[in-house]
Design a protein around this ligand. Structure first.
Ligand code: R2B
Length: 286
């Protein structure tokens, strides 16, 4: 059997998932991962370790330090809590694309089916108060088009993004009574500073009124948050045939300010909100 999106990848071949430091000849992927039904990813390894501990305790009652399957590398981390695989993806689509390719192959070698990907992230809010959990129902690029642009063999490919609105609705409906959640369009870009119209990067040749015009244009298009991985997530998952959703907490309202609060305890509490939404959704499916 071969991976349907790459005929070069065969089920029983030796493969080394380099950035996860996992080898098919050294680990029985099917035995370790065949029961995986959800893959939860987020930017920071520390936050995803926290999520792994939280999910282990909630789903299995296990309070031991979770095993990091990717401990041979410091690129990414990889944990498992019951049927949930947990990894970090770093910042931006380039970093996300590497771990997604290797996670997709891991799921193929483990012969998993009907897996749902959830990105649990942080983002900047547009007109929603900081601490709001945003469920994406449409993803657009910095030109406000629902298109993910990437390079293949030296050519630029523009691929339309697809957000599974049934899945987004399901997540929203299962948590809307318990959490401060909003549904809307996410603008996904490659840079934290200029592409998001911030005035506080080292490079900036525009002014407050230009930034306000940009943010207003976003708002007029229904954008309620900005981040850096959503377009890639939806595009890659759609191409390989996995459902995906994004649950991202706003850590700043960009209509008011550019820089998130420096109160670290407040940020930490906000960062855990997507954990709770994901747990509630995952529990509803088990
Ligand atoms: C949100 O936060 C990170 C940048 O600080 C980035 O990964 C994103 O999308």
């Amino acid at each position: 059997m071969e991976l349907k999106t790459n005929p070069h990848i065969k089920l029983n071949a030796d493969d080394y998932l380099y950035h996860l430091d996992l080898e098919t000849s050294k680990l029985d992927f099917k035995k370790e991962f065949n029961d995986v039904k959800f893959v939860c990813i987020g930017g920071s390894p520390t936050r995803m370790l926290k999520f792994a501990k939280f999910m282990s305790k909630q789903l299995t009652g296990n309070i031991e330090e979770p095993r990091n399957y990717a401990k041979g590398t410091d690129r990414y981390c990889l944990y498992k809590a019951g049927p949930v695989l947990i990894a970090n993806h770093g910042i931006g689509t380039a970093s996300l694309s590497v771990v997604l390719n290797e996670l997709f192959k891991l799921l193929f070698y483990a012969q998993c089916s009907n897996v749902i990907f959830l990105r649990l992230g942080t983002c900047g809010g547009i007109g929603v108060e900081a601490g709001t959990v945003v469920i994406t129902d449409k993803a657009v690029n910095g030109e406000l088009e629902p298109i993910f642009s990437y390079m293949k063999l030296g050519k630029r490919i523009n691929s339309p993004t697809y957000v599974d609105s049934d899945l987004a609705n399901e997540i929203y409906n299962c948590c809307k009574d318990n959490f401060n959640v909003a549904r809307g369009t996410t603008c996904s870009v490659d840079c934290f500073y200029e592409a998001q119209g911030r005035l506080d990067g080292a490079l900036c040749d525009y002014f407050e009124n230009d930034k306000q015009d940009f943010i207003k244009r976003l708002q007029d298009k229904g954008v309620i948050n900005m981040e850096m991985e959503g377009l890639g997530l939806f595009s890659y998952c759609h191409r390989v045939g996995f459902k995906a959703a994004m649950i991202a907490v706003t850590i700043v309202n960009r209509l008011v300010e550019d820089v998130p609060t420096s109160e670290i305890d407040v940020i930490k509490e906000w960062e855990e909100r997507p954990f709770k939404v994901a747990l509630q959704f995952i529990r509803s499916k088990l």
